[in-house]
Design a protein around this ligand. Sequence first.
Ligand code: KG4
Ligand code: ZN
Length: 334
Amino acid sequence: MRVLGIETSCDETAAAVVADGQVVLSDIVATQFDLHAAYGGVVPELAARRHQENILPVIRAALHQAGLILDDLDALAVTQGPGLVGALVIGFAVAKALAYARNLPIVGVHHLKAHILAAYLEASPPVFPYVALVVSGGHSNLYFVRSFQDMQLLGRSRDDAAGEAFDKVAKLMDLGYPGGVAIEALAAPGDPTAFQLPRPRIEQEPLTFSFSGLKTAVAYLLKKNPEIRHPDHRPGPADLAASFQEAVVDSLVSRALLAVEQTHSSRLVVAGGVAANRRLRQELQAQTEAAGIELSIPSPQRCTDNAAMVAALGYHLLQAGERLDLSGDVFARG
Ligand code: KG4
Ligand code: ZN
């Protein structure tokens, strides 16, 4: 079954064709980093306009790369939310129009749950049940996954998401947008123990994340000690980036392992843009190995937004009989 996936929830216009939820026939991602970089973050109105320009060429490119025409498709899957409403509606409207015009089955997909499916596009897909940590720009969610339709939310962030913290700290340090990659690069030669940064925990809610205190601590440090900004100063920007990254990695890894323990499972899937971070991947490898936990992390390019993951989850939901009501709408949160 060949499913065309469509993704426009944030600042990437993406389309992909995936066969049977596993074989990627094409995978096209048009990023908008250039458009938003000058503003230090995604400007929703500009994102929507760029999606509008890109969506049809991106879909054509996905079909072309797969060597297919529209008639060869069996179904459509489209991101329904969460995300920027103005951005989501572009992909959603095009997908619904295609489904209607071609009389194709269509299913709406939850963006964060779709991130988990990137793990199924790798050589050895995970086996149910498992804990999944999805760390994207807007969310840090822990799920207990029993099936493609049964993903139970175990924990989330009460304030900023991990990716958001990377982006905001990058902005504070004048590193530009998107911030995660820039912080990772700057942190590489830095000393992660140079600054003692907070790792907030919420009593009674051990699986809840909180990153806004960490961001504020970095802002305060920079304000009080502006000399840290100077590359020749010790400790300097690389040390601050490394210390910040270490605090985020610590918070993510400790809660993910706790969730595995609490659910008595033995497998962990980690996905979403922040999962591309090498320090996080390294620490996850080390700690899961020590604890005897089976770890699945998609390749770095499949951690960030793409439509192959949307097509993959769509395939399984379609197999389970789910269909999108063409009068349905997108959702911003959830
Ligand atoms: O999943 P994603 O591509 O888009 C959303 O659904 O939001 O995640 C984007 C987030 C951004 O906050 C970005 O800074 C972060 O993932 N990110 C990283 C890295 N690559 C992307 N964070 C840390 N290290 C990275 N290498
Ligand atoms: Zn995402």
